[in-house]
Write a protein that binds this ligand. Structure first.
Ligand code: DAT
Ligand code: MG
Length: 149
């Protein structure tokens, strides 16, 4: 089973969209295996967005992600990394498809509500950055036979 790192950004928390966003992953059939509520340190944010450090928006991105609490999560399921990216939608909410989280709930690229790992390697890196191994819970939902053949 694949796992991916998902974070509801400070705008999603401030706008009261935590339950709406978590609902979409739960109802899809993915399994929550890790969850914490925190204000990220600058160091954590800079490591998380390290690939973007040369980009002009890096400073404001780190300011934004550390500006308030985030909901950091790990979700598990078959194909969850790519599927979560589809549920989330394109980076710019103005062009994200309706039906996606960003497409339904946002309008601005700097306030795009949610982060999701983009590949198996980044998922591993980000899960390790935000969670200790013993903070992830391995369990099997009783609904599993009704979600997977
Ligand atoms: P994603 O979050 O869809 O993986 P990304 O990894 O390319 O997108 O960028 C990380 C975040 O940086 C993105 O969620 C919002 C911000 N960002 C990306 N491109 C931007 C731009 N051109 N201007 C301002 N912010 C941008
Ligand atoms: Mg990204």
């Amino acid at each position: 089973m694949e796992r991916t790192f998902i974070a509801i950004k400070p705008d999603g928390v401030q706008r009261g969209l935590v339950s709406e966003i978590i609902r979409r992953f739960e109802t899809k059939g993915f399994t929550l295996v890790g969850l914490k509520f925190l204000i990220a340190s600058r160091e954590l944010a800079e490591q998380h967005y390290g690939v973007h450090k040369e980009r002009p928006f890096f400073g404001s991105l780190v300011d934004f992600i550390t500006s308030g609490p985030v909901v950091a999560m790990v979700w598990e399921g078959e194909g969850v990394i790519a599927s979560a990216r589809k549920l989330i939608g394109a980076t710019n909410p103005l062009t994200s498809e309706p039906g996606t989280i960003r497409g339904d709930l946002g309008v601005n690229i700097g306030r795009n509500l949610i982060h999701g790992s983009d590949a198996p390697e980044t998922a591993e890196y980000e899960m390790g950055l935000w969670f200790k191994a013993d903070e992830l819970v391995s369990w099997t939902p009783t609904a599993m036979p009704w979600i997977h053949e």
